[in-house]
Design a protein. Structure first.
Ligand code: S3P
Length: 177
C-alpha cells in the first residue's frame, strides 16, 4: 500500500483541487478507497457544520458567509491526524490562508481541464449556485480568475480533460510513488 510521506516522515493528506466538474469527489472517493484512507469532501463538511445545503447558505447569507464556513471546514479537515484524501471545493483556492494550509498539510493535486470540457459535466447539480443559467460562461469567468491559483498551490497537475475517473486515480497513484 502506498503511503505519502512529508519531509518530517509524517504521512500527508492528499488534497484534490480544481474547478467544478473536474471530478474531485468521484476521483477522491475512489483514491481514498485505493489508499484505505478516509475521504473528506469540503462541501459535505460545510453542509454538516451549517446544517443547511450549499445553495441555502448562498441564498440566505451570501457567498462571503459561505466562504467563511468553507475555510473553517477545510482547516478542520486538514488538521486531522489521520491522513485522508480531501476534495477541496472549487472556490477554496481563492483564500490565500486556505492555500497555505493546503500546502502545509497536504500533497496538492490539481485536476485540470478547460472550462469547455467541464461545462457538460456540471448540469443539474444543486450545490453549485454560482453556475446560474449559463454554466459555460460562468465556468470560463471562474477559470480566468482561478486557474493560476490552482497551479500555484499544486504539487502535481493531472489533465482530466479526457480519461475515466479510474485512469485519473491510476495517474495520481503513479505520481505519488
Ligand atoms: C464552488 C464549488 C462547489 C461549491 C459551491 C462553490 C466554487 O463545489 O462549493 O457551489 O466556487 O467553485 P465543487 O467544486 O465541489 O463543485
Amino acid at each position: 500500500m502506498a503511503t505519502f510521506k512529508a519531509s518530517g516522515d509524517r504521512p500527508r493528506h492528499v488534497v484534490l483541487v480544481g474547478m467544478m466538474g473536474a471530478g474531485k469527489t468521484t476521483v477522491g472517493s475512489r483514491l481514498a478507497r485505493r489508499l484505505d484512507r478516509p475521504f473528506v469532501d469540503s462541501d459535505v463538511q460545510v453542509e454538516r457544520r451549517a446544517a443547511r445545503t450549499v445553495r441555502q447558505i448562498f441564498e440566505t447569507e451570501g457567498e462571503a458567509a459561505f466562504r467563511a464556513i468553507e475555510s473553517e471546514a477545510l482547516a478542520e479537515a486538514l488538521a486531522a491526524e489521520e491522513p485522508a484524501v480531501i476534495a477541496a471545493a472549487g472556490g477554496t483556492v481563492l483564500d490565500p490562508v486556505n492555500r497555505q494550509r493546503m500546502k502545509d498539510c497536504g500533497t496538492v493535486v490539481f485536476l485540470e481541464a478547460p472550462p469547455e470540457a467541464l461545462a457538460p459535466r456540471v448540469g443539474g447539480d444543486d450545490h453549485r449556485p454560482l453556475l446560474g443559467t449559463d454554466p459555460a460562461t460562468a465556468l470560463r469567468a471562474m477559470d480566468e480568475t482561478r486557474h493560476h491559483l490552482y497551479r500555484e498551490v499544486a504539487d502535481h497537475i493531472v489533465d482530466v480533460t479526457t480519461g475515466s475517473p479510474d485512469d485519473v486515480v491510476d495517474q495520481i497513484m503513479e505520481l505519488m510513488k
